[in-house]
Write a protein of this length. Structure first.
Length: 469
Protein backbone atom coordinates (compact mmCIF):
# COMPACT_ATOMS: atom_id res chain seq x y z
CA UNK A 1 0.00 0.00 0.00
CA UNK A 2 1.47 3.34 -1.02
CA UNK A 3 1.91 6.08 1.57
CA UNK A 4 2.44 8.78 -1.01
CA UNK A 5 0.11 11.44 -2.29
CA UNK A 6 1.51 13.81 -4.85
CA UNK A 7 5.01 12.70 -3.89
CA UNK A 8 4.73 13.67 -0.20
CA UNK A 9 4.56 10.84 2.33
CA UNK A 10 1.65 11.27 4.74
CA UNK A 11 -0.35 8.87 6.92
CA UNK A 12 0.63 5.28 6.14
CA UNK A 13 -1.27 2.07 6.92
CA UNK A 14 0.78 -0.97 7.94
CA UNK A 15 -1.59 -3.94 8.22
CA UNK A 16 1.06 -6.68 8.52
CA UNK A 17 0.20 -7.43 12.14
CA UNK A 18 -3.25 -8.70 11.19
CA UNK A 19 -1.97 -11.47 8.91
CA UNK A 20 -0.85 -15.01 9.56
CA UNK A 21 2.78 -14.45 8.55
CA UNK A 22 3.12 -12.14 11.61
CA UNK A 23 0.58 -13.74 13.96
CA UNK A 24 0.82 -17.47 13.06
CA UNK A 25 -2.19 -19.61 13.83
CA UNK A 26 -4.59 -16.72 14.34
CA UNK A 27 -3.76 -14.10 11.72
CA UNK A 28 -5.85 -13.64 8.59
CA UNK A 29 -4.72 -15.47 5.44
CA UNK A 30 -4.08 -12.82 2.73
CA UNK A 31 -6.24 -14.80 0.33
CA UNK A 32 -9.25 -14.12 2.54
CA UNK A 33 -8.85 -10.37 2.08
CA UNK A 34 -8.45 -10.90 -1.65
CA UNK A 35 -11.77 -12.77 -1.62
CA UNK A 36 -13.45 -9.54 -0.50
CA UNK A 37 -12.10 -7.46 -3.38
CA UNK A 38 -15.25 -7.65 -5.50
CA UNK A 39 -17.57 -6.87 -2.56
CA UNK A 40 -15.44 -3.91 -1.55
CA UNK A 41 -15.34 -2.64 -5.13
CA UNK A 42 -19.14 -2.73 -5.27
CA UNK A 43 -19.41 -0.88 -1.94
CA UNK A 44 -16.89 1.82 -2.91
CA UNK A 45 -18.54 2.28 -6.31
CA UNK A 46 -21.94 2.62 -4.62
CA UNK A 47 -20.54 5.21 -2.21
CA UNK A 48 -19.07 7.13 -5.15
CA UNK A 49 -22.42 7.14 -6.95
CA UNK A 50 -24.27 8.24 -3.82
CA UNK A 51 -21.72 10.97 -3.30
CA UNK A 52 -22.19 12.22 -6.87
CA UNK A 53 -25.95 12.26 -6.27
CA UNK A 54 -25.50 14.47 -3.19
CA UNK A 55 -26.51 11.75 -0.72
CA UNK A 56 -23.21 11.76 1.22
CA UNK A 57 -22.43 15.47 1.64
CA UNK A 58 -19.84 14.97 4.38
CA UNK A 59 -17.42 13.76 1.69
CA UNK A 60 -17.29 17.22 0.16
CA UNK A 61 -16.95 19.32 3.31
CA UNK A 62 -13.17 19.75 2.80
CA UNK A 63 -13.89 21.28 -0.64
CA UNK A 64 -16.47 23.83 0.56
CA UNK A 65 -14.25 26.89 0.28
CA UNK A 66 -17.11 29.31 0.96
CA UNK A 67 -17.98 27.66 4.27
CA UNK A 68 -14.31 27.35 5.28
CA UNK A 69 -13.74 31.04 4.50
CA UNK A 70 -16.86 32.05 6.44
CA UNK A 71 -15.67 30.16 9.51
CA UNK A 72 -12.19 31.68 9.23
CA UNK A 73 -13.63 35.18 8.91
CA UNK A 74 -16.02 34.84 11.84
CA UNK A 75 -13.32 33.25 13.99
CA UNK A 76 -11.06 36.20 13.21
CA UNK A 77 -13.77 38.67 14.22
CA UNK A 78 -14.42 36.79 17.45
CA UNK A 79 -10.71 36.60 18.30
CA UNK A 80 -10.55 40.38 18.05
CA UNK A 81 -13.34 40.72 20.64
CA UNK A 82 -13.01 37.69 22.92
CA UNK A 83 -10.28 35.66 24.61
CA UNK A 84 -12.39 32.54 25.22
CA UNK A 85 -14.94 30.58 23.20
CA UNK A 86 -17.11 28.02 24.99
CA UNK A 87 -18.66 25.25 22.92
CA UNK A 88 -22.06 24.14 24.19
CA UNK A 89 -22.51 20.83 22.38
CA UNK A 90 -22.35 17.09 22.90
CA UNK A 91 -21.29 14.03 20.91
CA UNK A 92 -20.47 14.97 17.33
CA UNK A 93 -20.77 18.64 18.23
CA UNK A 94 -17.81 18.36 20.59
CA UNK A 95 -15.61 15.29 20.13
CA UNK A 96 -14.00 16.12 16.81
CA UNK A 97 -13.37 19.71 17.84
CA UNK A 98 -11.66 18.61 21.05
CA UNK A 99 -9.61 16.01 19.16
CA UNK A 100 -8.25 18.59 16.73
CA UNK A 101 -7.56 21.30 19.30
CA UNK A 102 -5.77 19.00 21.74
CA UNK A 103 -3.70 17.51 18.91
CA UNK A 104 -2.17 20.93 18.19
CA UNK A 105 -1.25 22.63 21.48
CA UNK A 106 -1.23 26.41 21.81
CA UNK A 107 2.52 26.81 21.37
CA UNK A 108 2.32 25.16 17.94
CA UNK A 109 -0.60 27.24 16.67
CA UNK A 110 -0.62 30.48 14.72
CA UNK A 111 -0.28 33.82 16.47
CA UNK A 112 -3.51 34.98 18.04
CA UNK A 113 -4.53 31.56 19.37
CA UNK A 114 -7.35 31.69 21.87
CA UNK A 115 -8.77 29.49 24.61
CA UNK A 116 -11.58 27.08 23.75
CA UNK A 117 -13.59 25.32 26.45
CA UNK A 118 -15.96 22.49 25.53
CA UNK A 119 -18.93 21.77 27.77
CA UNK A 120 -20.28 18.45 26.51
CA UNK A 121 -22.00 17.22 29.66
CA UNK A 122 -24.41 18.54 32.25
CA UNK A 123 -22.55 17.42 35.36
CA UNK A 124 -23.33 20.39 37.63
CA UNK A 125 -19.90 20.40 39.27
CA UNK A 126 -18.09 20.67 35.94
CA UNK A 127 -20.58 23.18 34.61
CA UNK A 128 -20.24 25.42 37.67
CA UNK A 129 -16.45 25.11 37.67
CA UNK A 130 -16.09 26.27 34.09
CA UNK A 131 -18.74 28.98 34.11
CA UNK A 132 -17.54 30.46 37.40
CA UNK A 133 -13.99 30.65 36.05
CA UNK A 134 -14.95 32.73 33.02
CA UNK A 135 -14.80 36.47 32.51
CA UNK A 136 -18.10 36.74 30.65
CA UNK A 137 -17.10 40.12 29.26
CA UNK A 138 -14.43 38.40 27.15
CA UNK A 139 -16.26 35.10 26.47
CA UNK A 140 -18.38 34.03 23.50
CA UNK A 141 -20.59 30.92 23.51
CA UNK A 142 -21.04 28.68 20.47
CA UNK A 143 -24.32 26.76 20.86
CA UNK A 144 -24.33 23.71 18.56
CA UNK A 145 -27.47 21.67 17.94
CA UNK A 146 -29.00 20.92 14.57
CA UNK A 147 -32.53 20.56 15.89
CA UNK A 148 -32.38 22.44 19.18
CA UNK A 149 -33.79 19.34 20.87
CA UNK A 150 -30.54 18.16 22.41
CA UNK A 151 -31.59 18.41 26.06
CA UNK A 152 -28.07 18.73 27.47
CA UNK A 153 -26.98 21.50 25.10
CA UNK A 154 -30.20 23.48 25.35
CA UNK A 155 -30.22 23.29 29.16
CA UNK A 156 -26.70 24.74 29.13
CA UNK A 157 -27.78 27.44 26.71
CA UNK A 158 -30.71 28.47 28.89
CA UNK A 159 -28.40 28.88 31.88
CA UNK A 160 -25.82 30.86 29.90
CA UNK A 161 -28.48 33.02 28.26
CA UNK A 162 -29.92 33.91 31.66
CA UNK A 163 -26.50 34.98 32.94
CA UNK A 164 -25.66 36.97 29.83
CA UNK A 165 -28.98 38.80 29.79
CA UNK A 166 -28.62 39.67 33.47
CA UNK A 167 -25.18 41.19 32.83
CA UNK A 168 -25.52 42.72 29.38
CA UNK A 169 -29.24 42.86 28.54
CA UNK A 170 -30.84 41.30 25.46
CA UNK A 171 -28.78 43.37 23.01
CA UNK A 172 -25.53 42.57 24.81
CA UNK A 173 -26.40 38.89 25.01
CA UNK A 174 -26.51 38.75 21.19
CA UNK A 175 -22.87 39.78 21.03
CA UNK A 176 -21.81 36.80 23.17
CA UNK A 177 -23.64 33.96 21.38
CA UNK A 178 -23.20 32.23 18.02
CA UNK A 179 -25.57 29.39 17.11
CA UNK A 180 -24.60 26.54 14.78
CA UNK A 181 -27.85 24.91 13.73
CA UNK A 182 -30.12 23.92 10.86
CA UNK A 183 -30.34 26.53 8.15
CA UNK A 184 -34.14 26.60 8.03
CA UNK A 185 -35.91 24.66 10.76
CA UNK A 186 -35.80 23.47 14.36
CA UNK A 187 -36.10 24.94 17.85
CA UNK A 188 -32.64 26.55 17.93
CA UNK A 189 -33.16 28.06 14.47
CA UNK A 190 -36.43 29.61 15.67
CA UNK A 191 -34.78 30.99 18.81
CA UNK A 192 -31.84 32.39 16.85
CA UNK A 193 -34.17 34.10 14.39
CA UNK A 194 -36.43 35.49 17.11
CA UNK A 195 -33.54 36.81 19.22
CA UNK A 196 -31.42 37.89 16.25
CA UNK A 197 -28.48 35.69 17.20
CA UNK A 198 -25.72 35.18 14.62
CA UNK A 199 -25.70 31.69 13.11
CA UNK A 200 -23.68 29.23 11.09
CA UNK A 201 -25.33 26.29 9.31
CA UNK A 202 -25.12 22.60 10.07
CA UNK A 203 -24.99 21.26 6.50
CA UNK A 204 -28.05 19.35 5.34
CA UNK A 205 -27.53 15.60 5.45
CA UNK A 206 -24.39 15.68 7.59
CA UNK A 207 -24.71 13.72 10.83
CA UNK A 208 -22.97 14.96 13.96
CA UNK A 209 -20.22 12.34 14.00
CA UNK A 210 -19.30 13.26 10.41
CA UNK A 211 -19.50 17.03 10.91
CA UNK A 212 -16.12 18.10 12.29
CA UNK A 213 -15.01 19.63 8.96
CA UNK A 214 -18.20 21.68 8.74
CA UNK A 215 -18.92 24.90 10.71
CA UNK A 216 -19.70 22.60 13.66
CA UNK A 217 -15.97 22.05 14.12
CA UNK A 218 -14.27 24.65 11.97
CA UNK A 219 -15.42 27.75 13.88
CA UNK A 220 -14.06 26.73 17.30
CA UNK A 221 -11.01 25.08 15.71
CA UNK A 222 -10.19 28.29 13.82
CA UNK A 223 -10.84 30.40 16.94
CA UNK A 224 -8.30 28.23 18.77
CA UNK A 225 -5.70 29.23 16.19
CA UNK A 226 -5.40 26.03 14.18
CA UNK A 227 -4.83 26.19 10.44
CA UNK A 228 -8.17 25.00 9.08
CA UNK A 229 -6.86 25.22 5.52
CA UNK A 230 -4.18 22.65 6.37
CA UNK A 231 -6.79 20.54 8.20
CA UNK A 232 -9.12 20.41 5.21
CA UNK A 233 -6.20 19.98 2.79
CA UNK A 234 -5.23 16.86 4.72
CA UNK A 235 -8.77 15.53 4.34
CA UNK A 236 -8.69 16.26 0.60
CA UNK A 237 -5.38 14.43 0.25
CA UNK A 238 -6.83 11.38 2.00
CA UNK A 239 -9.94 11.61 -0.17
CA UNK A 240 -7.72 11.13 -3.19
CA UNK A 241 -6.27 7.97 -1.62
CA UNK A 242 -9.64 6.43 -0.68
CA UNK A 243 -11.64 6.77 -3.89
CA UNK A 244 -10.42 3.74 -5.82
CA UNK A 245 -12.65 0.65 -5.87
CA UNK A 246 -9.46 -1.44 -6.07
CA UNK A 247 -8.70 -2.84 -2.65
CA UNK A 248 -4.93 -2.55 -3.07
CA UNK A 249 -5.24 1.16 -3.92
CA UNK A 250 -7.63 2.25 -1.17
CA UNK A 251 -6.13 2.17 2.32
CA UNK A 252 -9.39 2.96 4.16
CA UNK A 253 -11.25 0.19 2.32
CA UNK A 254 -8.35 -2.21 2.89
CA UNK A 255 -8.37 -1.50 6.63
CA UNK A 256 -12.14 -1.96 6.73
CA UNK A 257 -11.73 -5.34 5.02
CA UNK A 258 -9.11 -6.38 7.59
CA UNK A 259 -11.34 -5.32 10.48
CA UNK A 260 -14.32 -7.12 8.94
CA UNK A 261 -12.40 -10.39 8.50
CA UNK A 262 -11.01 -10.15 12.02
CA UNK A 263 -14.50 -9.48 13.39
CA UNK A 264 -16.41 -12.14 11.47
CA UNK A 265 -13.76 -14.89 11.28
CA UNK A 266 -11.53 -14.31 14.31
CA UNK A 267 -14.23 -13.02 16.71
CA UNK A 268 -12.40 -9.77 17.43
CA UNK A 269 -15.49 -8.03 18.74
CA UNK A 270 -13.40 -5.17 20.18
CA UNK A 271 -11.34 -2.68 18.18
CA UNK A 272 -8.77 -0.88 20.33
CA UNK A 273 -7.38 2.41 19.04
CA UNK A 274 -4.06 3.00 20.82
CA UNK A 275 -2.20 6.20 19.96
CA UNK A 276 1.38 6.55 21.14
CA UNK A 277 1.00 10.29 21.66
CA UNK A 278 -0.84 12.17 24.39
CA UNK A 279 -1.89 14.66 21.75
CA UNK A 280 -3.94 11.98 19.97
CA UNK A 281 -5.76 10.69 23.06
CA UNK A 282 -8.91 12.69 22.30
CA UNK A 283 -8.95 11.40 18.73
CA UNK A 284 -9.73 7.98 20.19
CA UNK A 285 -12.83 9.45 21.85
CA UNK A 286 -14.07 10.91 18.58
CA UNK A 287 -13.36 7.60 16.84
CA UNK A 288 -15.26 5.75 19.57
CA UNK A 289 -18.47 7.61 18.74
CA UNK A 290 -17.94 7.23 14.99
CA UNK A 291 -17.40 3.46 15.18
CA UNK A 292 -20.00 2.64 17.86
CA UNK A 293 -22.85 4.84 16.69
CA UNK A 294 -22.35 4.00 13.02
CA UNK A 295 -21.97 0.23 13.27
CA UNK A 296 -23.88 -0.85 16.36
CA UNK A 297 -27.17 -1.85 14.74
CA UNK A 298 -30.00 -4.27 15.49
CA UNK A 299 -31.26 -4.57 11.93
CA UNK A 300 -29.62 -5.28 8.60
CA UNK A 301 -30.64 -3.29 5.54
CA UNK A 302 -33.02 -6.10 4.58
CA UNK A 303 -34.77 -5.89 7.96
CA UNK A 304 -33.24 -8.99 9.54
CA UNK A 305 -32.33 -8.80 13.23
CA UNK A 306 -28.52 -9.20 13.36
CA UNK A 307 -27.45 -7.15 16.42
CA UNK A 308 -24.01 -6.43 15.03
CA UNK A 309 -21.19 -4.01 15.69
CA UNK A 310 -17.59 -3.99 16.83
CA UNK A 311 -17.00 -2.30 20.19
CA UNK A 312 -14.44 0.53 20.13
CA UNK A 313 -12.03 0.77 23.05
CA UNK A 314 -9.41 3.38 23.92
CA UNK A 315 -5.89 2.90 25.18
CA UNK A 316 -2.90 5.24 25.35
CA UNK A 317 0.69 4.23 24.78
CA UNK A 318 2.87 3.89 26.65
CA UNK A 319 0.67 4.56 29.70
CA UNK A 320 -1.68 1.64 29.14
CA UNK A 321 1.14 -0.84 28.60
CA UNK A 322 1.14 -0.74 32.39
CA UNK A 323 -2.62 -1.11 32.82
CA UNK A 324 -4.32 -2.83 29.86
CA UNK A 325 -1.76 -4.64 27.72
CA UNK A 326 -1.60 -7.64 30.07
CA UNK A 327 -5.22 -8.31 29.13
CA UNK A 328 -4.52 -7.80 25.43
CA UNK A 329 -1.55 -10.20 25.41
CA UNK A 330 -2.90 -13.02 27.58
CA UNK A 331 -6.64 -12.45 27.89
CA UNK A 332 -9.45 -13.29 25.46
CA UNK A 333 -8.59 -13.18 21.75
CA UNK A 334 -11.42 -10.76 21.14
CA UNK A 335 -9.42 -7.62 20.27
CA UNK A 336 -7.67 -6.11 17.30
CA UNK A 337 -5.39 -3.24 18.28
CA UNK A 338 -4.73 -0.36 15.89
CA UNK A 339 -1.71 1.70 16.88
CA UNK A 340 -1.22 5.35 15.98
CA UNK A 341 2.54 5.87 15.71
CA UNK A 342 4.19 9.28 15.27
CA UNK A 343 7.56 9.40 13.56
CA UNK A 344 8.55 12.95 14.47
CA UNK A 345 7.49 14.05 17.96
CA UNK A 346 7.31 17.77 18.67
CA UNK A 347 9.47 19.22 21.46
CA UNK A 348 11.53 16.01 21.55
CA UNK A 349 14.60 15.92 23.76
CA UNK A 350 17.47 13.61 24.50
CA UNK A 351 17.67 11.36 27.54
CA UNK A 352 20.84 12.34 29.45
CA UNK A 353 23.55 9.94 30.55
CA UNK A 354 22.89 10.01 34.29
CA UNK A 355 23.94 6.52 35.44
CA UNK A 356 26.58 5.05 33.10
CA UNK A 357 27.36 2.26 35.57
CA UNK A 358 23.77 0.90 35.48
CA UNK A 359 23.20 -0.88 32.16
CA UNK A 360 19.39 -0.74 32.37
CA UNK A 361 19.66 3.05 32.45
CA UNK A 362 22.84 3.57 30.44
CA UNK A 363 21.26 2.03 27.34
CA UNK A 364 18.57 4.75 27.37
CA UNK A 365 21.07 7.60 27.28
CA UNK A 366 21.43 9.27 23.92
CA UNK A 367 18.00 8.23 22.71
CA UNK A 368 15.23 10.80 22.62
CA UNK A 369 11.94 10.48 24.45
CA UNK A 370 10.17 10.22 21.09
CA UNK A 371 12.44 7.32 20.15
CA UNK A 372 11.67 5.65 23.47
CA UNK A 373 7.93 6.04 22.91
CA UNK A 374 8.23 4.49 19.45
CA UNK A 375 10.34 1.63 20.81
CA UNK A 376 7.55 1.03 23.33
CA UNK A 377 5.00 0.90 20.50
CA UNK A 378 7.02 -1.56 18.48
CA UNK A 379 7.66 -3.71 21.55
CA UNK A 380 3.92 -3.92 22.27
CA UNK A 381 3.21 -4.76 18.63
CA UNK A 382 5.72 -7.64 18.71
CA UNK A 383 4.53 -8.92 22.10
CA UNK A 384 0.97 -9.08 20.77
CA UNK A 385 2.09 -10.84 17.59
CA UNK A 386 4.04 -13.43 19.59
CA UNK A 387 0.81 -14.24 21.43
CA UNK A 388 -1.13 -14.51 18.19
CA UNK A 389 -3.00 -11.24 18.70
CA UNK A 390 -3.91 -9.04 15.74
CA UNK A 391 -2.70 -5.48 15.20
CA UNK A 392 -2.52 -2.79 12.53
CA UNK A 393 -0.60 0.49 12.61
CA UNK A 394 -1.29 3.94 11.21
CA UNK A 395 1.95 5.90 10.97
CA UNK A 396 1.88 9.70 11.06
CA UNK A 397 4.97 11.65 9.99
CA UNK A 398 4.07 14.19 12.70
CA UNK A 399 0.99 15.43 14.56
CA UNK A 400 -0.23 18.51 12.75
CA UNK A 401 -3.44 19.82 11.20
CA UNK A 402 -2.87 18.04 7.88
CA UNK A 403 -2.38 14.66 9.54
CA UNK A 404 -5.47 15.14 11.72
CA UNK A 405 -7.50 16.04 8.62
CA UNK A 406 -6.24 12.87 6.96
CA UNK A 407 -7.28 10.74 9.92
CA UNK A 408 -10.74 12.32 10.12
CA UNK A 409 -11.41 11.40 6.50
CA UNK A 410 -9.71 8.01 6.64
CA UNK A 411 -11.80 6.84 9.59
CA UNK A 412 -15.04 8.18 8.09
CA UNK A 413 -14.53 6.30 4.81
CA UNK A 414 -13.39 3.18 6.64
CA UNK A 415 -16.61 3.29 8.67
CA UNK A 416 -18.84 3.51 5.60
CA UNK A 417 -17.06 0.59 3.93
CA UNK A 418 -17.34 -1.47 7.11
CA UNK A 419 -21.04 -0.65 7.22
CA UNK A 420 -21.40 -1.92 3.68
CA UNK A 421 -19.61 -5.17 4.54
CA UNK A 422 -21.84 -5.67 7.58
CA UNK A 423 -24.95 -4.92 5.53
CA UNK A 424 -26.22 -2.13 7.80
CA UNK A 425 -26.92 1.60 7.54
CA UNK A 426 -23.93 3.38 9.13
CA UNK A 427 -25.60 6.80 8.94
CA UNK A 428 -28.52 6.39 11.34
CA UNK A 429 -28.64 5.99 15.13
CA UNK A 430 -32.10 4.80 16.23
CA UNK A 431 -30.78 3.51 19.56
CA UNK A 432 -29.72 7.02 20.57
CA UNK A 433 -33.16 8.46 19.88
CA UNK A 434 -34.84 6.15 22.41
CA UNK A 435 -32.81 7.61 25.26
CA UNK A 436 -33.60 11.16 24.15
CA UNK A 437 -37.34 10.46 24.19
CA UNK A 438 -37.23 8.86 27.62
CA UNK A 439 -35.27 11.81 29.02
CA UNK A 440 -37.89 14.25 27.77
CA UNK A 441 -40.64 12.05 29.20
CA UNK A 442 -39.05 12.19 32.66
CA UNK A 443 -38.66 15.96 32.31
CA UNK A 444 -42.42 16.27 31.83
CA UNK A 445 -42.50 17.28 28.16
CA UNK A 446 -46.03 17.53 26.79
CA UNK A 447 -46.94 14.73 24.43
CA UNK A 448 -44.64 12.26 26.21
CA UNK A 449 -47.09 11.26 28.95
CA UNK A 450 -47.32 7.66 27.75
CA UNK A 451 -43.58 7.24 27.94
CA UNK A 452 -43.56 8.83 31.39
CA UNK A 453 -45.97 6.16 32.59
CA UNK A 454 -43.67 3.48 31.17
CA UNK A 455 -40.75 4.96 33.11
CA UNK A 456 -42.79 4.87 36.33
CA UNK A 457 -43.82 1.28 35.64
CA UNK A 458 -40.18 0.30 35.19
CA UNK A 459 -39.33 1.81 38.57
CA UNK A 460 -42.25 -0.03 40.21
CA UNK A 461 -41.05 -3.32 38.69
CA UNK A 462 -37.76 -3.19 40.61
CA UNK A 463 -37.57 -5.63 43.52
CA UNK A 464 -36.34 -4.52 46.92
CA UNK A 465 -34.39 -7.74 47.44
CA UNK A 466 -31.90 -6.57 44.81
CA UNK A 467 -31.42 -3.12 46.40
CA UNK A 468 -28.88 -2.95 49.22
CA UNK A 469 -28.71 -0.08 51.65
Amino acid sequence: MSGKDGGAARVVLDANGAFDHVAPGFGIPPARIADLADRVATIVTDLSERRAAGQLPFYDLPYDDASIAACEALAGELRDRFTTLVVLGIGGSALGTRAAIEAVPADLRAAGARRVEILDNVDPSTLAGVLDSLDLETTVFNVISKSGETAETMAQFMLVRERLKALFGAAGCRKHVVCTTDLEKGILRAIADAEELPTLPVPVGVGGRFSVLSPVGLLPIAFAGLDVRALTAGARAMDGRTKSPKLEENLAAFHAAVLYCAFTERSTSIHVLMPYSDRLARLSEWYGQLWAESLGKRHALDGRVIETGQTPARALGATDQHSQVQLYVEGPRDKLVTFLRVEEHAADREIPAGFPEIEALACLAGHTFGELLNMEQRATEIALADSGRLTTTLVLPRVDEAAIGELFHFFAVQTLVMGGLLGIDPLDQPGVEAGKRLTYAMAGRQGYEGLAKEVSARADAKQQRFIFT
